[in-house]
Design a protein. Structure first.
Ligand code: HEC
Ligand code: HEC
Length: 331
């Protein structure tokens, strides 16, 4: 059971600031229990292995433990700890909740035991480290840290430690995001806008720019120059819908219908964001090469706008309470 989330939001008149008081659902705290979706999944499949990561209190007090703690800090507060590799206002935890521990939120303990694996996106077998690099390049709109660099070593140590005792190669309950069946009614922008306004805008703001406090994403931006770029997994409707269904609204995952999750995913991914770093010089060519799939909105016309222009180098969205992007979008 997730507790209903009550939110009181009061803005200081005349200031581009907002005070948000969360009662009952605590931010940045995240429910520790698994999501409804992963519970269903676990109940449905006898082949899934149930696993829970160790508590943080069990991190050893030695040189290895120090590396694990470094990884956890990087995961929670990525920009402050790895500024040279981050190009937006997200953290790893923005999409892998509870610092990559929460089942149904692509947790790192399940990821660690799943690599190396073939990925059609890269058309090759990727290592875990290569997977981390991909999330920096696309989801964080930044630069991939070099293999063996302190940032990757720390994130690997953290993930490895969390997976202690998990069987390698087994399908763990709560791995990745929930997979939703394709929706009977397709997806629709106007319906998605309604879902967004009713269930998301309070935190992520009506203009999608969320809320930054001291440069940290209290509520992360879901589109625009400070969000994930067009090459990210979250820019694909199936992955976004699965993430949203299992994890959003924060503290109340599993409360939307599948249809609502698909519609609101389409609404979010129906907005402009930083250019795909694989950009080939034209939207059409880039769409053909990387976004030809049925779940891509890049290079499509949504609500009368052709998507894929990117957000330029200065940041086109400042947001109601946002700040200008400090780094050029795209690469
Ligand atoms: C904008 C959202 C977003 C952000 C931010 C993000 N990721 Fe991801 N990540 C994803 C998506 C989407 C997937 C694919 C999940 C799936 O396939 O079900 C993924 C997958 C992964 C995987 C592979 C998981 C698996 O089970 O195969 C790893 C490892 C990973 N991310 C690490 C990171 C790290 C480390 C960071 C921070 C540097 C990060 N991610 C930031 C969205 C994000
Ligand atoms: C109670 C506040 C709250 C509500 C309501 C909420 N979110 Fe979130 N959302 C968050 C927070 C906080 C995170 C980042 C998680 C973290 O840092 O622990 C997040 C992360 C996300 C992300 C991944 C990061 C990013 O910025 O792209 C997406 C996508 C998202 N939410 C979509 C939605 C959608 C769609 C809804 C409505 C169905 C919604 N959220 C409702 C607070 C909220």
């Amino acid at each position: 059971m997730t507790r209903p989330c009550t939110l009181h939001l009061s803005r200081i008149a005349g200031l581009a600031a907002a005070i948000v008081v969360l009662a009952g659902c605590g931010r940045p705290g995240v429910p520790k229990q698994e999501t409804a979706a992963s519970r269903n999944e676990r109940a449905a499949s006898p082949h899934l292995v149930v696993f829970a990561p160790p508590p943080l209190s069990e991190i050893p007090d030695d040189a290895f433990g120090a590396e694990v703690r470094h990884g956890e800090a990087l995961f929670r507060n990525t920009l402050a700890n790895a500024p040279q590799y981050v190009g937006n206002s997200l953290t790893c935890q923005s999409c892998h909740l509870d610092a990559g521990r929460l089942a149904g939120s692509a947790p790192m303990w399940a990821a660690w035991v799943s690599y190396p694996a073939y990925r059609s996106k890269d058309r090759r077998v990727d290592t875990f480290a290569a997977r981390l690099q991909g999330c920096f390049r696309y989801s964080m709109n930044g630069k991939p840290p070099p293999l063996g660099s302190p940032v990757l070593v720390a994130l690997e140590a953290y993930s490895y430690w969390m997976a202690k005792g998990a069987p390698t190669g087994a399908l763990l309950a709560g791995a990745r995001y929930p997979v939703l069946p394709r929706p009977a009614q397709g997806w629709n922008y106007a319906r998605g806008k309604t879902v967004y306004e009713q269930h998301c805008a309070l935190c992520h703001s009506p203009d999608g720019q969320g809320l930054l406090v001291d440069g940290k994403p209290w509520f992360p931006p879901v589109w625009g120059s400070r969000s994930y770029n067009w090459g990210a997994g979250m820019a694909r409707l199936d992955l976004a819908a699965g993430f949203i269904k299992g994890n959003m609204p924060l503290g109340n995952g599993g409360s939307l219908t599948d249809q609502q999750a698909w519609d609101v995913a389409y609404y979010i991914d129906g907005h402009e964001r930083p250019q795909d770093p694989r950009y080939l010089g034209s939207i059409l060519a880039t769409r053909e090469a990387f976004h030809a799939g049925p779940f891509d909105t890049y290079g499509r016309s949504v609500d009368g706008r052709l998507l894929g222009a990117g957000t330029g180098t200065t940041g086109t969205t400042t947001g109601a309470h946002g700040k200008r992007a400090t780094k050029p979008a795209g690469t």
